[in-house]
Each structure stands twice: as C-alpha cells, then as structure tokens.
Write a protein that binds this ligand. Structure first.
Ligand code: RAM
Length: 342
C-alpha cells in the first residue's frame, strides 16, 4: 500500500534531517565518485601481433578498449612490432605527444621505460602497468595472478609429468621481461623441492615465433636427454609445442607453461602437451582500463585498501605496493580445453 501524501512528506523530512546529521556517512555509503568521460587513453602491449595482447586489449574480445568505451573514453592500442624497449618506447612517446591522459602499459623492461613513463606522470598522465610491471615508474600495476603461484605451479605441473626427475629447460620471452623473470625466479626456488630435476638452460624466444622455434630446436640438439620444458609465454609455448609435435618427441619430452587455449588445442588434443595455464587476458585488460579511469578521475588513489567496482568483474581492492590482483590462473588440459575460446 502507498503511504498517504502527508506521511510521505513526513518521511522525506525525517530522511533529510538524518542525511544532514550524518551527511558524511550518507555520502560515503551511497555515492561512488563519478568517473570522468572523454579521456584519451592508449593501451600499449609489449608488442603488436601477439594474440594474447589482442585479446587483452581489443573491444571485440571485451578487453581494455571495451572497458574504456563503456566508460565513455577514447582508447587506441599502439606499440612496436618487437617486444623490446627500443620498439615500445617510441610508441609510448607518440601517445604522450598525442595528448594521452591515460597509459596502460605491459612493460618490456622494468627500468628502461622509466624516463619516458616518469615524464608522463610528471605531466599528470595516469600510468597503469598490466601483465608486466615497471615498479619504479607507474601509479598502479594490475597483476594477472600471484607471481609466486605461477612460478611454483609451473614447476609442479612439469614435475608431475616427468616423475620429478631429469633435465629441464625454460623457453622464456625476452631476457628483460619483468613478468617472465619474476616467474622464473620463483621457479628456481620451487625447483629446490625436486632435487632430481635439473634446470640446464634458459633460452629466450623474444615473443617472436621464429626465434622461439629456433631456440627450442637448439635446446633439443644441445640436450639430447632433456625431459621437460617450461615456456611461460604464450608465443614460446606454441612454438615449442610445434617443434615437439613429431613422433620423435611427442610424449617423450613434456612441455608446460602459459599458453592461450586457442593456440594450444591442437597440441593438447594430439598428446604433445598434457596441461598448461593462463588467466583470462580480456579480463586483465578490462580491469586495467577500469582501474586507470578510476585513478585518472580521482575516484580512488593508489593507496592500499582503496577499492572500486570494475563493471562486470565486480569489486577489487588495492593491495600492497600499488598492485591489484586479477585472480588465479586456470589449468587447461584435454578434459576442459574445448570449452575455451581465446
Ligand atoms: C606472452 C607475453 C606476456 C605474458 C604471456 C603469458 O604473450 O610475454 O607478457 O604474460 O605470454
């Protein structure tokens, strides 16, 4: 039943009086600060032409640009063609020249980008790293999953597949990549639990399919007794899987790492690869975009404990060292890989 007009007026008056008395409380409980529209944002992956980043960044996949567009911003993906600072820095500089208000960057190097990113922040540009960090020169880092968790789980997956024994190698991305190096550091620690597993070499495929193929072939020649490979890069694991996908190696040398389900389906289904991991790249980009707009709008600061709702992904709270964690990685194998399309 509706309240009579007089009752309604009375209730409205009481509510107003309460709101005045507890003004601060009422505001904090109900109103998220409005987000600024019309910001110019640039999404700058390590390099262009890597499908992992296309998924993380594009509007079509629901990545960073989808979030920017939903929030009323203008966003463009740009980078160089190689996953190196020399290739990425000019793209960052060009974005600044074009009037960027937000830069979302996957860092090709923890320090080489700093002069450029620091000068951007001095100009008032919001700098958010995602996927791969540059800790000394950004406002916030969006981490896909626990760094320690990734390093440990990769080693544990391989250990299971090779009976915790034998020579293993790592096919990484570039030698300066912040994310791969951080994961590898935890892999080395985790390997101490497996005294019969010996890490014989780390090679770098530079997130370039041709180079990753060549360095994997080189490993197989140099270490004929190799039992397993970890490749914590979507480009590296796909190239290594293609090299191992022959009768000579299939089932004899185990391969795990971080891959996209689309690129790995063939190798999981034919038995070359038993299991590998990844997070949802589109969600990573979406969260990074959302967080950057929250920061640029001054709706949040980058202090620990600040929180916000990132659209469809729900609520996130800033952790230590100005970092937000997206979640935990999925493990893909023959029983579930067909359900994923990215
Ligand atoms: C490659 C890139 C990226 C990394 C993924 C797992 O696409 O190196 O930085 O996060 O692999």
């Amino acid at each position: 039943m509706n309240a009579s007009p007089s009752k309604r007026t009375k209730w409205a008056g009481t509510a107003l009086a309460l709101a005045c008395t507890f003004g601060v409380l009422v505001t904090a409980a109900t109103a998220a600060a409005p987000l600024t529209k019309g910001l110019t944002a640039f999404v700058i992956p390590k390099n262009l032409g890597n499908s992992y980043f296309t998924t993380a960044d594009s509007a079509k996949s629901g990545g960073a640009i989808a979030a920017f567009q939903a929030l009323g911003e203008t966003a463009t993906e740009t980078s160089g063609t190689a996953a190196t600072p020399a290739s990425q820095i000019p793209a960052i500089q060009a974005a600044i020249t074009k009037g960027a208000k937000i830069l979302v960057v996957s860092a090709t190097d923890p320090s080489a980008l700093c002069p450029t990113l620091n000068s951007a922040m001095q100009k008032g540009i919001t700098v958010v790293t995602y996927d791969s960090d540059a800790p000394a020169c950004r406002d916030l880092f969006i981490n896909q999953a626990s760094t320690q968790g990734i390093g440990e789980s990769e080693v544990d997956l391989l250990a299971k597949e090779i009976g915790s024994s034998g020579q293993i190698a790592i096919v990484s991305a570039t030698a300066s990549a912040t994310n791969q190096n951080a994961w590898i550091a935890y892999m080395k620690t985790e390997l101490k639990k497996y005294p019969k597993m010996q890490l014989v070499k780390i090679v770098y495929g530079n997130d370039d399919p041709t180079t990753a193929t060549q360095v994997t072939q080189g490993l197989l020649q140099q270490y004929p007794n190799l039992k397993g490979i970890i490749s914590p890069t979507t480009v590296g694991i796909a190239a290594a899987a293609a090299v191992l996908d022959t009768a000579k190696y299939r089932g004899k040398i185990q391969l795990t790492g971080l891959g996209t389900p689309d690129a790995m389906k063939k190798y999981v289904n034919d038995g070359t690869v038993k299991a590998f991991e990844l997070w949802n790249p589109a969600n990573l980009g979406y969260l990074a975009a959302y967080a950057s707009v929250e920061l640029a709008s001054k709706a949040i600061t980058n202090a620990t404990g600040q929180s916000f709702t990132a659209g469809k992904l729900g609520k996130f709270t800033l952790g230590a060292k100005h970092t937000i964690l997206l979640g935990a990685p999925y493990v893909f194998n023959k029983s579930n890989i067909s359900k994923f399309n990215f």
